[in-house]
Design a protein around this ligand. Structure first.
Ligand SMILES: Nc1ncnc2c1ncn2[C@@H]1O[C@H](COP(=O)(O)OP(=O)(O)OP(=O)(O)O)[C@@H](O)[C@H]1O
Length: 393
């Protein structure tokens, strides 16, 4: 995987006593202590985070935790006090902290685009003129500019609105213009600072869906600031949780939900429904950890109600439930099957836990088997595995 942005031990201090503040950071001082002793504000401290190409990396945390500060280091809207911010620039890597002004200007025009919370549209310009602003500043000729602007407006379904002014559009539409403006630069890296938080919940959900659809096609690298964990879990490939200027945890959504690093993260996830993020993979027991009997038989559950006979290729050749022969059926077909005990449902590791639970419900709590892409048996999920994941125990 190619690295698009690499934050290495980034400290950002707002104020004039940089040396004094950095020494305090090194001694582990909190933001409040640094403020008291130096009068400076700690933006972020010791932040290390690697963002790979094509992922949506979400920075999450309470207000003032340092998310925007870190984000704005990527295009040097914030000056880094110490550390490196390495940004992929074609075949090279540029340290934004130390690069010269000309390189920075080129990065801002071609590599890194930004989408703001308050849309940041110029009211005296039409939609198309707003979308084309970055291209105009970069000196892109008019004909090419027009073509690129219209392509982007079409992408966000606003081509009919090209000649309107920002105030004639709803909030959701204005933010789509903001997205189109960022896309128009064709920059591979997008910085999004709470882009949807000024919108009402329904529009917000819709724009999140649209962003995911666009991302599936455009495959940008997106660093996205949010203070809403539901949003982070929905759109993030990785989530980084910040507290008081410091990163407290980075991981895939399910890592955060299953293994919160401290009480701060635990408080965040307290109201998250684990079913919205967990997959079969997160809760299964590996086949090696199951009870193996004779002749290739493996028990799928601790209660020993269900077992499979597995051949030397890892394929299932026979199944038994409550001592009687059973068939194995995909979870995807659960609705099509009559409720009966002589069947065992199977899923893939990527199947949602919700689907697995429904299959369990339909089979009087029988365990669910897991098969890989080649139909080999890889593990099983029993009721207890589900309960412990849902109860986070
Ligand atoms: N330009 C600045 N000058 C001085 N202090 C700043 C500046 N920008 C941010 N700060 C301070 O740095 C700290 C982190 O702010 P930051 O905006 O990064 O937090 P955040 O997590 O993005 O919060 P929010 O969700 O409220 O935007 C805050 O205490 C803030 O007041």
């Amino acid at each position: 995987m190619t690295v698009a942005v690499d934050f290495r031990n980034v400290d950002i201090v707002f104020g004039s006593d940089q040396a004094g503040s950095l020494a305090l950071i090194d001694s582990g001082a909190s933001r409040a202590e640094i403020l008291e002793k130096t009068g400076n504000v700690l933006g972020c401290a010791g932040a290390s985070l690697t963002v790979h190409e094509g992922e949506i990396s979400v920075l999450m945390g309470l207000s003032g935790s340092g998310k925007s500060t870190l984000l704005r280091a990527v295009n040097r809207l914030n000056v880094v006090s110490r550390g490196q911010v390495l940004v992929k620039d074609g075949d090279k890597t540029v340290d934004v902290v130390t690069c010269d002004e000309a390189t920075l200007r080129r990065l801002r025009q071609k590599q890194v685009a930004m989408v703001f919370q308050q849309f940041g549209l110029l009211p005296w310009r039409t939609v198309e003129e707003n979308v084309g602003l970055g291209l105009e500043l970069a000196g892109v000729p008019e004909a090419e500019r027009k073509e690129r602007v219209h392509r982007q407006l079409k992408l966000v379904n606003l081509d009919q609105w090209a000649k309107k002014y920002a105030h004639e559009l709803s909030g959701g539409m204005q933010q789509r213009v903001g997205l189109a403006r960022a896309f128009a630069t064709e920059a591979p890296i997008l910085l999004m600072d709470e882009p949807f938080s000024a919108l009402d919940p329904l529009i917000r959900t819709k724009l999140q869906d649209e962003l995911l659809q666009l991302q599936a096609e455009l495959k940008k690298t997106i660093i996205f600031v949010s203070h809403d964990l539901e949003e982070a879990l929905k759109i993030g490939s990785h989530i980084t949780i910040m507290e008081g200027g410091r990163i407290v945890q980075t991981g895939a959504p399910e890592d955060i939900v299953l293994r919160p690093a401290n009480d701060y993260v635990r408080d965040f996830i307290a109201n998250v429904n684990p079913l919205s993020v967990l997959t079969a993979w997160n809760v299964m027991r590996d086949r090696r950890d199951l009870d193996h009997g004779e002749d290739g038989w493996v028990w799928l559950d601790r209660r020993k109600t269900t077992r499979f006979k597995i051949d030397e290729h890892g394929l299932v050749v026979a199944a038994e439930r409550n001592g009687k022969p059973a068939v194995w059926v995909s979870c995807a077909d659960v609705e099509a099957h009559p409720e009966e005990t002589a069947q065992v449902f199977w899923a893939n590791p990527g199947t949602s836990l919700k689907t697995v639970m429904f299959a369990m419900y339909r089979s009087q709590t029988a365990p669910v088997a897991l098969f890989d892409d080649q139909s080999r048996f890889v593990g099983a999920i029993g009721v207890r595995d589900v309960l412990s994941a849902v109860l986070r125990r």
